[in-house]
Structure formats: C-alpha cells, structure tokens
Write a protein of this length. Structure first.
Length: 239
C-alpha cells in the first residue's frame, strides 16, 4: 500500500485495546480503537479503514452481529479475536464473512503477521506473482478480473466476494486441475500453516461454492477429492 494502513480495533477490554494500539502504532500502522458497536459505527462513519480487528465476545452487540452488519455494506477485511476453545463461534464468524481469526491469548506479533498477510492479499500481490494477478481469467464461463478483484457470472453479473473467498478462488485458478490439500490451500490463500481442527478453508469453500456452483451439494467446478483435498476441475484461460 502506498499509504499507511489504517486499522480499527474493536474490543471491550481496555487493556487489550491499549496494548494492541501501542504495538501496532510502533510498527507503523495507523490505529483507532472502539469499545463497542456504537463507537465502532461512529468511527467508521468518520474515517476509512483498511482492516478491522474485531473481538467476538463483547457485551451488547457481539462480534458476530457486528461482522454481519459490516458485511452487509462493505468488503473490508475482518480478523476476529476468539476464545481458544470456541471453534463453533469461529466457524460462524467465517460463515458471516470474517477473513481470518486468532485465538486468545495470542502474541501481538502473530496478530501483526496476520494483519500484514490479509492486507497484502486484499491489496493484490507484487513482483512476479503480481504480474499474473493483472490478468483477467476465465473458467467454466466465469470471469475473474484480478486487477479489479471482481468475479462475474456466465451472465455477466457481478458476484461479490469477501477477501477470504477471493483469496481462495485465486488459489484455485492459479492451480487448475491440481489436487490441493487443506494445508496447501491454507498456505496459498491465507499465508499460514494449519492448526489442529482448523476448518476455516472448509467454511470459506462452502461459501464460495454457494456462489459459483449450480448445485453446491453436487459441485462441478470445485470438486472434493476423497482423502486428498479439492480440485478446480476446469481449464483456466486468460481473456
């Protein structure tokens, strides 16, 4: 990014807000913090943010409710802060459009790495990989514009994707007709290794299939390979 990324932290714990604000500012990020949904809405109405770090468990409107509200109007990347054992809530958060999550307690350096990875993906790749991502690609009569980060249906209808869904689709179109394991997809799409019971790829894939498959329960474009992973079962060509 040419400008300094602007991060919004939403957490009802003042110590966590202060700690993360100081740490991220120290690493050359602009940071605002909100204690609840009301403060979050006020800040978002006044400024532009590149990413939201959103706590899941908060009094009043919780993180899931706020995530849903943001997704109704915006594709801004969201990283959710979750309790260590709350796998169900993490899955629901991903279903609602969160791009990544990190379980408490966490090392601020890990959160910083996650933030940078999500920002890189949402802003587009650079270097040799960036040259590929300037293309418009076609697969199964769908069109993916990797410059505009836009997906269009065979009927030329714009289909909105969250940052996580887009990253997953890019991983597939860059490796067509090749079986990709969950671990490989997590590395390609999210830039991190898997942890035990990590189902984030399955959730994002389910969301993506609902958008591009005629019958998501019997997918023809992104197929499941038993015991192996998933495969984009179609040719990909530049337009």
């Amino acid at each position: 990014m040419s400008r300094t990324p602007h991060i919004l932290i939403v957490d009802d714990d003042r110590e966590i807000r202060d700690l993360l604000s100081r740490f991220l500012k120290k690493h050359e990020l602009r940071v605002d913090a909100a204690a609840n949904g009301r403060e979050m809405s006020q800040l978002m109405s006044e400024g532009r943010y590149d990413l939201i770090v959103l706590d899941l468990m908060m009094p009043g409107e919780d993180g899931l409710t706020l995530c849903r509200k943001v997704r109704n109007t915006s594709r801004i990347p969201i990283i959710m802060l979750t309790a260590l054992g709350e796998e169900t809530d993490r899955i629901i958060g991903l279903e609602m459009g969160a791009d990544d999550y990190i379980a408490k307690p966490f090392n601020p350096r890990e959160l910083l790495a996650r933030i940078k990875a999500v920002l890189r993906r949402s802003d587009g790749a650079s270097g040799a990989d960036g040259e590929l991502r300037q293309q418009v690609l076609s697969f199964a009569n769908w069109t993916l514009d990797m410059t505009k980060r836009e997906l269009r249906s065979p009927d030329n209808v714009l289909v909105p994707l969250t940052a996580g869904e887009y990253d997953l689709l890019v991983a597939f179109v860059e490796h067509p007709n090749r079986v990709l394991t969950r671990d490989q997809l997590l590395d390609l799409a999210k830039g991190r290794t898997a942890i035990p019971f990590d189902r984030s790829i399955d959730v994002q894939l389910s969301r993506l299939r609902r958008k591009i498959e005629i019958d998501p329960k019997e997918p023809e474009i992104i197929k499941t390979v038993r015991g192996g992973g998933y495969i984009l079962a179609t040719e990909v060509e530049p337009v």
